[in-house]
Design a protein around this ligand. Structure first.
Ligand code: PRP
Length: 216
């Protein structure tokens, strides 16, 4: 591994285009093919940067273990993973919120509410703080299906436009927290490459101006 090179984990999928746009605004010359390639490792021609393209949920893992120096990850993924990384910048992109939702006027006959979610840690923390005992059902996607088919009484999931809830006849019961993407840094990398990382952080802060939401 080139010692002077900075390695960056990028989240594939939903956040990716927003993150690329922000990096270009920050002055990084990402090639035009960046968004369309199937390559998983991409080096910049003129700058000492290597990007890896990972599943969003895995970005904090790559960063915590030092496989890369920095990464871009949603606050939802960060809270759920509990990974030991420095959260340096609220990038203000890919904004959404975490909510409890379900069918309107649903009455549960279960002794404990059944809650389906991709975020068992966030959900269990939420219900523990409320003093409510629930049965958590971990799913990997299409969470909105669960109350409709009777698998769960409610869901804890992210809501962006609200379209998925609306089109499936679900309503929000409670709003847990605002979510946006964050720039995260490996603590050891930060010690060893502080100057280079601080420069990136400054560029990203400048690029996010106007995009910012409050840090949680
Ligand atoms: C997320 C989330 C909701 C949806 C919300 O799912 O889990 O299902 O987006 O977006 P909306 O409010 O704009 O409709 P995602 O698309 O990431 O796919 P998933 O179902 O595989 O989790």
């Amino acid at each position: 591994m080139n010692e002077s090179r900075i390695t960056v984990a990028m989240p594939k999928g939903r956040i990716f285009d927003d993150a690329c746009r922000l990096l270009r605004n920050a002055g990084f010359s990402l090639p035009d093919t960046f968004e369309s390639t199937r390559k998983l490792i991409l080096d910049l021609d003129d700058e000492p940067f290597r990007f890896i393209l990972a599943k969003p949920v895995d970005v904090p893992t790559y960063v915590e273990y030092g496989a890369v120096d920095i990464g871009i990850a949603g606050k939802d993924v960060l809270l759920e993973s509990g990974r030991d990384v420095y959260e340096m910048v609220d990038l203000g992109i890919s904004k959404c919120h975490m909510a409890v939702a379900g069918l309107p006027q649903h009455r549960s006959s279960n002794p404990y509410l059944k809650i389906a979610t991709k975020y068992p840690h966030i959900a269990s923390d939420y219900y523990r703080k409320r003093g409510e005992q629930v049965d958590l059902i971990a799913l990997n996607g299409s969470i909105e299906l669960a109350p409709i088919v009777g698998l769960a009484d409610a869901i804890v999931d992210i809501v962006s436009t609200g379209q998925t809830l609306r089109e499936n006849g679900l309503v929000e019961f409670d709003r847990l927290m605002d979510i946006s993407s964050r720039l995260i840094v490996n603590p050891v990398s930060y010690r060893l490459k502080k100057k280079a990382i601080d420069q990136i952080v400054e560029k990203m802060i400048r690029a996010t101006e106007g995009n910012k939401v409050g840090m949680d």
